[in-house]
Design a protein around this ligand. Structure first.
Ligand code: PEP
Ligand code: MG
Length: 753
């Protein structure tokens, strides 16, 4: 059963359309379970109907025609109960309904299972038997598993408008795709799909005008691929076994085959570009091979994929590079920081990705560039978006594809308001960050991703609260030496002097790996990370500390921050190394003063050891990104659980309240350097709890300054008291957003002014 299940799932995942996926499911399930009927009903909530979308066993003409009323019949019963219904003899059940349009006979054995995606009912998958029989447990679990796999494909198709016939009363393009807000702001623009050059499955469809020229390109790419393989065969002949060359012969046959080439050319004839036509053809062939009973033939699916990659690489050589029009909305399965860097400045208007969440590094980069981003849009049909108009709402995490006119004009209005707002915010640049009751709250910048010193200064940063030193380490092919590091650190310390600069020691591991220092672990976020690596490699740590200390000579504006501290012994060991380095360097340069040393409070254990830590260090910096992930046991990068990751969770809020109060009692300076510090709603809370300074993406400084200048500490403290009584992140966010709205700052947390 497992083998069959695996094959069906593979085929469904490779299906070109929902219709095809459903057809595969009904026929394969009917065969595998030896039943007389297998059908899929999808639910149209607006019309309150369950629509027959695919069947193997009932009359084919009844597909799309049969629409069952909600609240009646067995299909509705499965839908309402959201549980499998397994009946030996369906006609005996009080909810049984005979539906004459579907077929001539009555079926007895009935098993219906719900199709659920992200807790939402999508429809029902049913199998039926002529005879009377109850289905066995393993049959039920088989069908439940198939339905779970199907749910993703359906949600995908619904959101992309592929099954609009279901949505009788709602316009296709008014239905947004939902993801995680990655970076605030709104944008309207043209989708440009970015995909890894060797990934056939990720190629988008793209419209072309000149079909003949495109066919020519394809034929040339095939010719070039054939030449490559022939050369390979010749080269290998002397050394290779028979099997190896037979494989290449099979490749050559495939390259000449009518079924392959003819299909690609036919797809190009429909107006699709050659890479898109190639994707459709390769996936169709993969499906065909995957469906084979013979395991040897099934493995040929991988050869087809390889062949597709070879042709694709030649197509890429002749195709123009992707163009990025003004107002490009970059779309991809996964968008990385380097991809963003490839877009010419000024052309990029927004970012949308299937993977990632608000604390992924691409989100941090988008925020620092001031570009709206929505991440973790798991149902996004990336292949079909290229060239389409899209609207990105980085506040709510919504994306509209080919939106209705009314939506476009509403977002245009909001975008104009946003521009006004950002012009107003710019004026705050030279204003002090002081509360109305006269308390200064220094706002500092986080740096490291793009070491853009001038932009941090131009946003009015009062210093660097967090410099992530791992980024200069990532951009090299070996550990940078003391001199190289010295140059980087010196430039930052000098540029900001006399303002303070906090350099954090190397924090690799987790999701940040160095190409030349790979770490393979089952649970990297609970593994070898941050200070743990530094202490295990004192030779690397010592070089970094020396470079930092030397860079501070004569400036005295350096603070050193230790990441991922779990135990006080780690601080003792690190201090020992830092003091030793200082002692050694002092001999040659008396202007190097001992820097202030701080610990990141980002592991829950640190929260319970504040007095012991306070006896050892000069300041605390709370890393809310990791603290949230470790307190809630939610991976900060996993889009599957992204909805659970929320720094406004009551547990995180309560932990922050305790931490800030304790630090204040201990008379230890405390600041926040996680992403929360740049979230205007969260800032009200942090001010109310008594935070002394905040460090954030430089682009958020103006917005946060507006909050600081609008609320007294007393007002914030009153809001904290109300928030501490709330029990859900949603309620907390609502209350804080409302407070901003009441003070006339609503434009900071939603689209518009
Ligand atoms: C944090 O964890 O909050 C933090 C600032 O560090 P990073 O995001 O680099 O892990
Ligand atoms: Mg961290």
């Amino acid at each position: 059963m497992l083998e069959t299940l695996h094959r069906i799932v593979q085929e469904v995942n490779a299906a070109a359309s929902l219709e095809q996926a459903l057809a595969i499911i009904v026929s394969r399930v009917k065969q595998a379970m030896a039943v007389d009927v297998c059908s899929v009903y999808l639910t149209d909530e607006t019309a309150r109907k369950h629509v027959l979308m695919a069947t193997d066993g009932l009359r084919p003409e009844s597909v799309s025609m049969v629409k069952l009323d909600m609240g009646k019949g067995l299909i509705s019963l499965v839908y309402e109960s959201a549980e499998p219904i397994n009946l030996e003899n369906a006609p005996d059940h009080p909810r049984y309904q005979y539906i004459p349009e579907t077929g001539e006979e009555r079926y007895h054995g009935f098993l219906g299972v719900p199709i659920i995606h992200h807790r939402k009912m999508k429809g029902v998958l049913v199998v039926q038997l002529r005879g009377a029989r109850r289905f066995a447990d393993d049959e039920v679990s088989f069908l439940v598993t198939i339905a779970a796999q199907l749910s993703g494909a359906i949600a995908h198709a619904q959101a992309s408008g592929e099954i609009t016939q279901l949505e009788v009363s709602s316009q296709q393009s008014s239905q947004p795709f939902n993801g995680q807000p990655g970076s605030p702001g709104v944008a309207i623009g043209q989708a440009v799909v970015f995909y890894p050059a060797a990934d056939v499955e990720a190629i988008p469809d793209r419209k072309i005008d000149d079909v003949e020229a495109e066919i020519e390109l394809f034929k040339n790419a095939v010719k070039a691929a054939r030449y490559d393989i022939q050369t390979l065969v010749e080269r290998m002949h002397s050394v290779s076994t028979m099997e190896d060359t037979t494989l290449f012969d099979a490749y050559l046959l495939m390259l000449d085959s009518e079924s392959f080439n003819g299909k690609v050319i036919a797809e190009i004839g429909q107006g699709n570009w050659a890479p898109g036509a190639l994707r459709i053809t390769v996936l169709e062939h993969i499906r065909f091979f995957n469906a084979m009973e013979d395991p040897y033939l099934r493995e040929r699916a991988e050869d087809i994929r390889d062949l597709g990659r070879r042709i694709l690489s030649h197509l890429h050589q002749t195709k123009d590079k992707t163009e990025f029009p003004a107002g490009t909305i970059l779309v991809g399965e996964e968008i990385t920081a380097t991809m963003l860097a490839e877009i010419p400045p000024g052309q990029l208007a927004g970012v949308i990705a299937v993977r990632g969440s608000r604390t992924s590094h691409v989100a941090i980069l988008a925020r620092s560039l001031g570009i709206p981003a929505v991440l973790g849009v798991r149902d996004l049909p990336v292949n079909r978006l290229d060239g389409r108009e899209v609207v990105v709402d980085g506040y709510t995490g919504r994306v509209y594809v080919s939106p209705a006119r009314a939506i476009v004009s509403e977002f245009k209005r909001l975008a104009r308001d946003e521009e006004l707002l950002s012009a107003e915010l710019k004026q705050l640049r030279d204003q002090p960050s002081v509360t109305p009751d006269g308390e200064a709250v220094p706002l500092l910048a986080n740096m490291g991703l793009l070491a853009d010193i001038s932009s941090s200064l131009s946003f009015g940063a009062e210093g660097i609260g967090l410099y992530r030193t791992e980024f200069p380490f990532m951009a090299r092919d070996r550990f940078p030496g003391e001199e190289e590091q010295y140059q980087v650190y010196r430039q930052i310390l000098e540029s900001f002097h006399p303002r303070p600069v906090t350099l954090r020691t190397l924090d690799v591991g987790g999701d940040k790996s160095l190409p030349y220092f790979p770490i393979h672990e089952d649970n990297p976020f609970l593994g070898w990370r941050g200070i743990r690596i530094s202490l295990d490699h004192p030779e690397i740590f010592m070089v970094q500390i020396r470079a930092m200390l030397r860079a501070s000579a004569g400036l005295a504006n350096l603070s050193i921050l230790l990441p991922m501290v779990t135990s006080v012994s780690e601080v003792d060991e690190a201090l020992h190394i830092i003091r030793r380095a200082h002692h050694e360097l002092m001999d040659s340069d008396k202007t190097i003063v001992m820097p202030r040393i701080g610990v990141m409070i980002e592991v829950p254990s640190a929260l319970y050891q504040l007095p012991a830590l306070a006896r050892r260090v000069d300041f605390f910096s709370i890393g809310t990104n990791d603290l949230t992930q470790y307190l809630l046991a939610v991976d900060r990068n996993n889009d599957r659980v992204a909805e659970l990751y929320d720094s406004l969770h009551p547990a995180v809020v309560s932990a922050l309240n305790t931490m800030i109060a304790t630090a204040n009692q201990l008379d230890k300076p405390v600041s926040i350097c996680g992403e929360m510090a740049g979230d205007p709603a969260a800032v009200i809370l942090l001010l109310g709890m008594g935070i002394q300074s905040l460090s954030m993406t430089a682009a958020s400084i103006a917005a946060v300054k507006w909050v600081v200048r609008s609320f007294t500490r007393e007002q914030c403290a009153q809001i904290v008291n109300k928030v501490l009584a709330l029990e859900s992140p949603y309620a907390i966010r609502q209350l804080l957003n409302q407070a901003l709205e009441n003070a006339g700052l609503g434009g900071l947390v939603r689209a518009g002014r």
